[in-house]
Design a protein around this ligand. Sequence first.
Ligand code: ING
Length: 311
Amino acid sequence: MTRIVTVGAAQSGPITRSDSRSDAVERLLVQLRAAHQRGCDLVVFTECALTPFFPHWWIEDEAELDSWFETEMPGPSTQPLFDEARRLGIGFCLGFAELAFEDGIKRRFNSSILVERDGRLVGKFRKIHLPGHTEHRPNNPFQNLEKRYFEVGDFGFPAWNAFGGGVGMCICNDRRWPETWRSLALAGAELIVLGYNTPDNIPEYPELNHQVAFHHELCLQSGAYQNSCWIVAVAKAGVEEGVSQLGLTSIVSPTGQIVAQTSSLGDELIVYSCDLDLCAHYRNEMFNFPANRRVEHYSRITNQTDVVPPL
Ligand code: ING
């Protein structure tokens, strides 16, 4: 019996500073219901799906910074999403800024949760690769202050048994680091879901601006192919508070093919029925990790000093 998971990738258009959490949740509910109508088992929302991407702003006041974080999940504004998902029997992944008090210490993370069709919280992920900088760069058209506003995630890259297979999460910049995909695949992930807020221009590397879309797809397609997994990557797209962000929400197969992709920069849902057995098919031989990876040899090669003739 093949293991098919029908997944919806629910791209978000811009969220403004004046939008309330309830405004954002209302838009997610529209997408959730549409995903249910289209037979989805799981709908994936984006990174920071409840707020504008505030790491693009220089924020000095701690209370203002904290106002962009969730202290409860679900909380009063997100409970309707959990309730409706459970009522419809559809699971979801939701990205949000997490403010937690652990051992009396305030901690801030860029997080996502995975919720099963019965409403059970399957797992939480905290973003590990935090891009950007900690200091204010006033000459930049926008900031990227994730290193300032978030701690590095402390949950690693776990995979969970859910939706009939192995499911893992990562967030945005995590997709640019090969270790992310291999760690999740080694943990048993067959389906990896993520959200992203990716400006379509990079102030520090303007020469790469024309390749932002290519690099985005390259990360997803290589990650999927080299680890025989499905990848569902969901954008916060469009011009959000003056920052123009990439769309190209994509569903990528274990062969590295983009099988579905958005065409707008607004709220848009794409759906694909993912056959998880395709992952096992390729990991059986072509990408059989235990049979083909020779980790014990890698360090030997890199430690050799006589490979490169002395200058
Ligand atoms: N955003 C961007 C991302 O990794 C970035 C930051 C853009 C890094 C382009 C490098 C190149 O897609 C987040 N939120 O990580």
